[in-house]
Design a protein around this ligand. Structure first.
Ligand code: ADP
Length: 465
């Protein structure tokens, strides 16, 4: 009886502030997660007592400005222009974007809102905040009378161990939930429904319309697909999905990992990005029935922009040392920046040919990308292609892995970061300070790795060197 009543009254989906106030009044919501997205694409923020949030904190709160200048482990590396020990690590304003206010069904009595990050004194958006970077590119498109529809697919591995157990084991001897390649397998994925059904229903109830989940091409690997939406909404959803998947696996005493490559033997985790441009009246600007594969001139120019700048934007699709371990031949992870129709060996795959849904899928990104930065970089390159009316090169056909002399994706962080740092296209689109900020982040990641001694080196050389 009680369960039925709870079910009837339990709200899901998006909320207005007024609706939240009502739910706080009835006691249905008592906690509001107020979060911004950091450089790694993670949710960072505070949990508010809901009464306090609806009375005052909905207008703004604050956080330490080191949140946009840390590495994966929350260290405080020197050398950022935006903040430092010397500057005293002051505050940023966190300004809730009430359009993102929603119920989080998998956490009892909880709602969540995402924030823009503002300068404490000027109240202007912090230029290197990932959300601000994406909004700037979305605004440029808006000025051209266009909107981008995007979808980021996310792959991840599910493990039998909890995060705590995995850590205690030193991340060795981990057991994925299955012991065979489960690509499209129904029976094996039935065995994972304790996590995956919770994820699908949970996300759906948080206003993230799930299309499907499926087994992926390795033991214990899953993919979650959600309906495409405008770029900012998709990036917001992507960050909530990642955090939510971790929370829901953790609730089951298990863990998931979005590392681009968690093991030498295992497949990589990708985050392919589907992209299309639309006009003010809801018409696809990518579709022209008379064009090759139904591609319009705008789509060809956009795609030409992606290809021209493929090396420069790779850093934002593969921001960590580990991201580059995924780019291996014959693994469905691309190694070449060429375009091709429905060809999974290509970095840029055209799909939905001949229909209104004709689009480009960038297959370069790993599941460790920051969705705001990845989409912003893709849009900046595509906009360049349209503004400069670039010609699209002929389609590549066949197995891109086995073909020499075609455009390669940078194979390591050092090269990708160098390409990003010297990109005039990115400097013009993002601003010099923003590019320098992320180039510094890349340098920190690289420097840290360069002085580490890995298991592989020790096993190889301990006796034989
Ligand atoms: P795949 O064969 O790559 O798995 P799907 O048909 O499953 O392709 O679609 C993948 C994603 O593309 C879905 O998230 C879907 O919402 C999205 N998508 C569909 N049409 C468009 C479009 N026109 N623009 C952007 N994304 C789209």
């Amino acid at each position: 009886m009680l369960r039925e009543e709870t079910k009837k009254t339990r709200r899901t989906g998006k909320l207005t502030l007024e609706e939240l106030r009502e739910l706080v009044g009835t006691g249905e919501i008592d906690t509001v997660v107020v979060a911004q997205v950091d450089m790694q694409g993670r949710l960072m923020g505070k949990r508010f007592q809901a009464e306090f949030f609806v009375n005052s904190a909905w207008e703004e709160t604050h956080c330490c400005n080191y949140l946009l200048a840390t590495d994966m482990e929350m260290n405080t590396p020197d050398g950022y222009k935006s903040t430092s020990w010397e500057a005293g690590y002051g505050d940023y304003v966190m300004k809730p974007d009430l359009d993102t206010l929603r119920v989080i069904p998998w956490l009892e009595g909880t709602a969540l809102v995402l924030c823009d990050v503002l300068d404490h004194h000027t109240h202007k958006e912090v230029p290197h905040s990932p959300r601000a970077i994406l909004k700037k590119q979305v605004d440029r498109l808006e000025g051209m009378g266009m909107t981008a529809n995007m979808a980021t697919e996310l792959e991840f591995f599910i493990f039998k161990q909890s995060y705590e157990e995995a850590g205690a084991q030193g991340y060795r001897g981990l057991n994925p939930v299955s012991n065979y390649n489960e690509d499209y397998h129904i029976f094996q994925t039935t065995k994972e429904e304790n996590v995956m059904r919770a994820i699908r229903n949970g996300l759906n109830g948080a206003d993230i319309p799930v299309e499907c989940s499926k087994g992926e091409a390795d033991a214990g690997q899953e993919e979650i697909n959600v309906r495409y939406s405008d770029a900012l909404k998709m990036a917001d959803r992507h960050s909530i999905i990642k955090n939510g998947c971790k929370e829901m696996a953790w609730q089951q005493g298990q863990s998931v990992s979005f590392m681009a490559k968690w093991s030498y033997e295992a497949a990589g985790n990708s985050s392919h990005v589907h992209q299309s441009l639309w006009g003010k009246n809801g018409e696809s600007l990518f579709h022209d029935p008379a064009g090759e594969y139904g591609m319009s001139k705008v789509m060809r120019q956009y795609l030409a922009g992606l290809l021209k700048h493929a090396s420069e934007i790779t850093y934002f699709l593969a921001p960590n040392i580990n991201s580059y371990k995924r780019f291996a031949e014959g693994t469905f992870a691309p190694t070449k920046a060429i375009w091709s129709l429905d060809n999974r060996t290509a970095g840029y795959r055209v799909c939905g040919d001949g229909t209104k849904a004709v689009r480009v899928e960038c297959r370069v990104g790993g599941a460790d990308l920051n969705p705001y930065l990845a989409m912003a970089a893709l849009l900046a390159a595509g906009i360049y292609g349209i503004e400069n009316e670039l010609e699209l090169e002929p389609e590549f056909r066949g197995d891109a892995y086995g073909s020499a002399d075609i455009r390669e994706i940078p194979k390591n962080l050092r090269d990708a970061a160098q390409e990003m740092k010297s990109s005039n296209m990115l400097r013009n689109a993002f601003g010099d300070d923003v590019v320098e900020h992320y180039a510094h982040a890349a340098k920190i990641e690289q420097d840290e790795y360069d002085r580490r001694v890995t298991d592989w080196e020790v096993a190889r050389g301990f006796e034989r060197a």
